[in-house]
Design a protein around this ligand. Structure first.
Ligand code: SAM
Length: 289
């Protein structure tokens, strides 16, 4: 069987199929077996699990997933790679290979079509260009996912696990912590990929929460408050809210914050999940009056 963590093997395979790695699709293939095993361990797979892999590439991670999970649904956008994958994944009866765009396909429907189990896990070495948009789609959408183990650009990984008051903390950090319990698994150097990208990466484990950790009357309003607070990072919270699309005057904004027990002079980037929730509750109550 081909050793897919060997750069020489990957290079020869790509040559055979006339494929040049496409930068615009983030085609940097994992060639570090140690990192591969860290991803597999973080996914904590059992025979009853179904895994969705976004962007199987040449099939390196896909094969290891198929050896540890019950079923793997692999979604690859590049038709040329799909042809190559038919060779590298032949012999694995539990892999359901789909040609499609992960930003458009309905993952729940694919898992159902493959006869997979719910909730399923998502494990992927994501192309850089789509990591934040795909993650936002997965977390905001109503997908039946219990766990995500994803490789992303290191700088993005630090945002996903960031705590209040740090420079990495932003709207994405709040969304991630609201929906999941995030954990940094490993930082991965650029030399672990063929071809090597220009930046380092990291593996992040996001365990999806079964219920939200804070009470908000309206999730849409909650995320609007969060976005407003971070849209003007240098402004105090009261000024950021006044400058936002929420349409609050400074006076009403100050009242809403005071009722939430939040100092209007604070900056949005210092607020915890509970404080954002308190501001949302206070704003919802104000809007009802
Ligand atoms: N999983 C492989 C590995 O670890 O070596 C490849 C990872 S590579 C970073 C990203 C993969 O995602 C590429 O195979 C690329 O063609 C694929 N891809 C890019 N955009 C995609 C999209 N919108 N939907 C599905 N796959 C996509």
């Amino acid at each position: 069987m081909l050793n897919l963590t060997s750069p020489a093997v990957v290079r020869a395979l790509l040559l055979k199929y006339g494929i040049r790695p496409k930068r615009r699709l983030g085609q940097n293939f994992l060639i570090n077996p140690g990192v591969l095993e860290k991803i597999i361990a973080a996914a904590n797979l059992a025979a009853g699990d179904t895994v969705v892999e976004i962007g199987p590439g040449v099939g390196t991670l896909t094969r290891r997933l198929a050896e540890t999970a019950g079923k793997v649904v692999a979604v690859e956008v590049d038709r040329a790679l799909v042809g190559l994958l038919k060779e590298t994944l032949s012999g694995y009866a539990n892999i359901f290979l789909v040609e499609g765009d992960a930003l458009k396909v309905g993952l729940d429907a694919l898992v159902a079509a493959a006869g997979g189990a719910f909730p399923y896990k998502v494990v992927a070495n994501l192309p850089y260009y789509l990591s934040t948009s795909l993650l936002t789609r997965l977390l905001r959408g109503d997908f039946k996912v219990s766990l995500l183990v994803i490789m992303v650009q290191k700088e993005v990984a630090l945002r996903l696990v960031a705590r209040p008051g740090t420079k990495e903390y932003g709207a994405l950090s709040v969304l991630v912590r609201y929906k999941t319990e995030p954990e940094l698994v490993a930082v991965v150097s650029r030399g672990s990929f063929f071809p090597a990208p220009e930046v380092d990466s990291a593996v992040v484990r996001l365990a999806v929460r079964s219920s939200p950790p804070v009470a908000v009357p309206d999730e849409e309003l909650f995320f609007r408050v969060v976005r407003a607070a971070f849209a003007k990072r240098r402004k105090t919270l009261v000024n950021a809210l006044a400058a936002s699309a929420l349409g609050l005057s400074r006076e009403v904004g100050a009242l809403v914050l005071a009722r939430a027990g939040v100092d209007p002079q604070q900056r949005g980037e210092t607020l915890t999940l509970e404080e954002f929730a308190a501001v949302t509750r206070s704003l919802a109550a104000e809007q009802e009056e």
